[in-house]
Design a protein around this ligand. Sequence first.
Ligand code: MSP
Length: 526
Amino acid sequence: MAKIFYITTPLYYVNASPHIGHSYTTVAADCLARYHRLKGESVFFLTGTDEHGQKIEQAAAASGKTPSVFVDEVVERFASLWKLLSISHDDFVRTTQPRHTQVVQVCLTKLRQEGKLQQASYEGWYCTPCETFWTDEELKLKPGTTVTCGNCGRGVERVKEDGWYLPLRQHQDWLRGFLASHPTFIQPQTRYNEIASLLEQPLPECLCITRPRNRVAWGISVPFSPQHVTYVWFDALLNYVSVPGYLTDGTRFESLWPADAQFIGKDILRHHAVYWPIILHALGLSDEQMPRTIFAHGWWKIGEQKISKSRGNIVDPTVVVKEFLKDQPYAADVYRYFLLREVPFGQDGSFSEDAIAKRLSTDLANDLGNLVHRTLSMIERYSDGRLPQAGPVGCAVEDVPLRDEAMGLAKQLDERLPALDFSGALKAVCHLITHANRYIESTAPWQLATEKDSARLHTVLAMLAEVIRIAAITLSPFMPSVAEAMWEQLGLQNVPRRWLDAAQWPTLTAGQPLGTRSVLFPKVSS
Ligand code: MSP
């Protein structure tokens, strides 16, 4: 069976409602999934929720609910946000589902039977918000200073727990070698360098993979140790293989695994770039069975502060879409566009409503919306609402560069999207749109109409219609509803949108009536 392109997001904690950070990872993954589907490839896009652990147990207790009732409620908020944002995942896994918990238990038993786990007592630090253990060495303790989490900087708790351990250090040389021979395993380069330099120092001897049930009851039971539940990260990371059928469905697993693109944020890099490959290696997976790429994006911040629930500076995507952008018929797409265009993927970004409003009014309303509106109005007026017949291209100097840029756009995106350069890809689309708007100014179709030069007028309008067609295809992964609307306005509702057609010119059939028109990005009165 041919390999299916497999894309994952992290599983989000359901201790609270989703925020901009969660939506960022998911929208980026969705964009890549849509791009590969448009290219005609089979894609499996997995997202879901991380439902066990101390943090969720505490959140449930604080709301006076059992963990199970609590997570059932919060998970709905994630599901409905993904619907609102047109997320096209193929599956949604919850770590409380038996299809997942059973695989986690089988993995634990396998590791235990193969003698790969150790039983010991652990003393160190624990950060509940990050659900992460820290050793004294990792935190580089200085006398007289408060001990804080090496990741989020919040307070940590001293813990002493008996449990089961997975050796880390004994896999360190292997991981260092694997990284050296797989330079694109961790992206972007800054994150690769971060992990490569982390691996220059000795890793902690072991990773604790259980928690005592009397401290944390909300977790997957450890089959051979009734007084323990599974440590939440060991549990959650395994979703990436449990859903594809690891140890339960060999054929399905072969068709999906290894994952082609695993999207994460930089705060969970160590878990994914160190613990995750070591878990897979300990389970006996080969170098060829390691994930192809783990990409860690940056943070959305307000000022210098990371946006997070604990800092109380949450940006709720539903509020942005349904309230701030309430006048926009394609509000979710405006939000998606903003996330992917504003900041190069991998870097931190600064969030503000002003920044969204600016992108909306410049790139979307003034440039894209205007191009579509002006072109289709002129086709209505000067070509009876039907796609015009183009004369030979090349008779005017301005035709060739526009046609060449439009036809070359998909190729540019074929370089940028697999490299997860979403903002670079959108910049290239915007460049074409600006070019087309300039072309309208320089060819002045209204002048051609006055001069009754209908051959040239129709060529110009046909050129512009082709540009809009190509923009609709290439924008589809980013703004699926806007792309659909552009497509329908061109009268193409019965034609499938395929990536390969973006490199063809011309493809539109002269005489074909336009569809119903509407304004894509209404101007907001300030
Ligand atoms: N449950 C773990 C992941 C387990 S994966 C096997 C977890 N969940 S999380 O809900 O806390 O965060 C999930 C994702 O949201 C991470 O990729 C994280 O980087 C991202 N974001 C959370 N806040 C963010 C910002 N302010 N900005 C961008 N993304 C950030 O970690």
